[in-house]
Design a protein. Sequence first.
Length: 85
Amino acid sequence: MHNTFAILQTIHAVSFTNILSVNLSILLLKILTEANIDIDNKDQKDYLDRILFIERLNTVSFGSYKVNLLAEALQFKRKFAQLRS
């Protein structure tokens, strides 16, 4: 799991403007959360719901939405780091 999270961090470090990096980040976050989050916990369930919401938004997003998605992806990365610590 630690290696997967390192990959996620690398994706963000390499490209903040590439929508593919957002797609990959969301996919990795889903993998990590499915493996580690107990959805009975309200905070963790809210976190997973936000990941799924942003994934749905990403499927129809262009232009200005891209900036919002990147900001959300970074916020998820920070939140996930807090959950892991």
